[in-house]
Design a protein around this ligand. Sequence first.
Ligand code: HPA
Length: 260
Amino acid sequence: MHNAEFAVIGGTGVYDPDLLEAAEEVSVDTPYGSAFATIGTYKGKRVAFMPRHGKNHQVPPHQINYKANIQALFQLGVKKILTTAAVGSMRQAMPPGALVLVDQFLDFTKSRQTTFFESGEPVAHVDMSDPYCVVLRQHLQATARAIEIPIVYGGTYVCTEGPRFETPAEIRMYERLGGDVVGMTSVPETVLAKERGMCYATVAMVTNFSAGMSGSPLSHQEVLDEMARNVHLIRRLFFDAIASLDVKQTCHCHTALGIV
Ligand code: HPA
């Protein structure tokens, strides 16, 4: 039986196979489909690393099986999930290279399955006052400070459907609505984690200024290149955070569904 207490969801480069002891690749079957993870031990902690876009990084954001991914972590016994995601920035104060510990989201997705509670299940309305775990965010901020990695504490993540980038008019609207960064993956991932009672936090990695801000077209390649430049910071931050992270949940995440 495989098990893990902590999980990291991210893209290429966040997971370093040399850091985990006795790493094993597993495919976890769930009622929603199967999900891939690498599980191992880091400084005595059981950690599952899950590539969000699948083993071969091929699944586009709007087609990710978020329910299988989160359910798989739940079945493994994961209590705390650290995630990273590439984002465009709508703020001059959050330029490419900035890391943003987001604390709110605005959901502009369109076609995704956003809940475990479909018809036939009991009706459930999960509390979203703190979409990203307060205690986990504080821990990540304290870790970043201790290892002198600059991080912006707080920000609103606008989640779009993708896979296309936004129009400049959409960006102007999102910015007026209070968005700070824009990406394609945080919803429903954070919602599903909360429905399963797990703590979840995201360090968004700014890879570009949003559409219309820089005066030049956006390309997927510039996103990949900027991520590759900064992913070592996230890796260091997450592994250091996990080393000193307690599995006990002292926040409200495990009771957010109202089921104790
Ligand atoms: N928009 C949406 N998703 C993104 C962006 C962006 O500008 N950059 C990286 N992911």
